[in-house]
Design a protein around this ligand. Structure first.
Ligand SMILES: *Cc1c(COP(=O)(O)O)cnc(C)c1O
Ligand SMILES: [Zn+2]
Length: 440
């Protein structure tokens, strides 16, 4: 009896040890699944539910395995990058590590005061690595997975920042790279891609036309397109914008977030990041309101939200906020659902308001953002003025890109330098002029 008991305990020990060592080694993701009908798929390079309903595919995780491996302490002991959350990301082996993530969460007291808010934070992905936008997160994950899946050439359909990230991180990883952009992009975005020496295709058309072309290229050339056939992995990278804010708020959720919407992916994945940390016991559950920002010149999601629709009517973009100018946004319906269910809002602002938003953030907080960030700040201001953000709410505004890439947008709306001789009297005269200008 006693021997039998010992033997079975011993057996249990062996089993427990075996399970533990398994759970500290293998990947935490188990495959893909259709977001609409639940059909499972293997974790390959695919993004739509080809067998059943053509819905989008999502990565599936073993949350019990994640819970058994991860705690606040293990995360805090990790690197100061998105890879401190690697158990929540769909990679099997070593990451391509270019230092992406863990960008500053700035307490924005001056801007808060100006807007009449009590507690405002700026999540500043304008200083992300390596290419100064939030896209470095999604590309770090997508290219790591692309390499695991054996792709030699990687690509993307981009509104600008994605091309920068894909070209840079492909260069670092030694992958061949061919990227596609609309031909009318800002110089900073074009130059910020070409410097890494990829093949760059500037397509005469808007983003939605570029994207359609890329779907055809993906089918014919067998390349890894980060936001097409690798989209389920790519989009998971945005969850880290949720995790980081929780951690940087001292392991608490905010009350309200405001983020820009292009395809709507980023917005939905911040929500998924919050939900996963709740599910894994890393943060206390709390209702967070989700509000989204679009430009009036490309506002298909804001329009549908305003009209109480859950389907998107595509538009033809015409705005200075080129990085978020997607006329037919794939995740629009999901973004609307989240805004509705959390008591948030989705609204739009004019190009003039976007420029004012860029200047307001720069002048109050010393943060120079691109047009997408200007959109977010202008929408934040509008929602406060409309009483749709409560002054008491702890609010986080997501700044997703850097202003030095879209200088065209503001160059005619800022001051001029005083050009002077290298002599004191020349300075004296200019300084008097400057003071007079400031007084008037
Ligand atoms: C791509 C992008 C976004 C949003 O992208 P989604 O398609 O909605 O995930 C926001 N801001 C900037 C600067 C971007 O480049
Ligand atoms: Zn399906």
């Amino acid at each position: 009896m006693q021997t039998a008991l010992l033997a079975s305990t011993h057996l249990n020990d062996v089993i427990v040890t075996a399970t533990l060592s398994l759970s500290t080694a293998g990947p935490t993701f188990t495959g893909l699944r259709c977001k609409e009908c639940g059909q499972p798929y293997e974790a390959g390079a695919r993004h739509v539910c080809e067998d059943v309903c053509f819905g989008p595919l999502e990565v599936v995780y073993d949350y019990e395995a994640i819970k058994s491996r991860v705690s606040r302490a293990t995360i805090e002991a990790g690197p100061a990058s998105i890879w401190r959350y690697r158990e929540f990301l769909p990679i099997a082996g070593d990451p391509i590590d270019v230092g992406t993530g863990f960008t500053p969460l700035l307490k924005a007291n001056n801007l808060a005061k100006r807007l009449g808010l009590k507690s405002l934070y700026i999540k500043n992905d304008g200083v992300n690595m390596p290419t100064l936008s939030f896209k470095d997160r999604v590309v770090s994950v997508a290219l790591t997975r692309a390499r695991e899946l054996g792709f030699k050439t990687v690509s993307c359909a981009s509104t600008g920042n994605l091309a920068n990230s894909t070209a840079a991180i492909a260069a670092h990883a030694g992958l061949d790279c061919c990227v596609f952009i609309p031909s009318d992009l800002e110089l900073g975005k074009v130059l910020g891609t070409l410097i890494y020496n990829p093949t760059l295709m500037a397509v005469k058309g808007n983003y939605d036309q570029v994207n359609r072309l890329c779907s055809e290229v993906a089918n014919t050339y067998g390349w890894g397109f980060v936001n097409i056939n690798l989209r389920p992995y790519y989009s998971e990278g945005s969850k880290t914008l949720g995790y980081e804010v929780i951690e940087q708020l001292g392991w608490e959720l905010p009350d309200h977030i405001v983020a820009p919407l292009a395809s709507g992916s980023l917005f939905t994945k911040i929500r998924k990041g919050f939900d996963e940390f709740i599910k894994c016991g890393l943060v206390d559950e709390k209702a967070v309101r989700f509000s989204g920002a679009q430009a009036e010149g490309c506002n298909p999601i804001a329009t549908a939200f305003r009209e109480g629709r859950d389907f998107i009517t595509p538009v033809k973009p015409n705005t200075i906020a080129k990085s978020i100018a997607i006329g037919n946004p794939a995740d629009g319906p999901y973004a609307i659902d989240i805004a509705n269910r959390t008591g948030g809002n989705i609204t739009d602002v004019t190009d003039a308001e976007i420029i004012d938003g860029i200047k307001l953030l720069a002048e109050t907080e010393g943060v120079f953002t691109e047009t997408a960030g200007g959109t977010t700040i202008a929408v934040l201001k509008k929602l406060v003025e409309q009483g749709k953000i409560n002054p008491e709410e702890r609010t986080v505004a997501y700044i997703t890109g850097n202003g030095l890439k879209t200088t065209e947008a503001v160059v005619d709306h800022i001051g001029q330098p005083y050009t002077i001789e290298a002599q004191l009297d020349s300075f004296n005269a200019a300084w008097q002029q400057a003071q007079a200008a400031q007084a008037g």
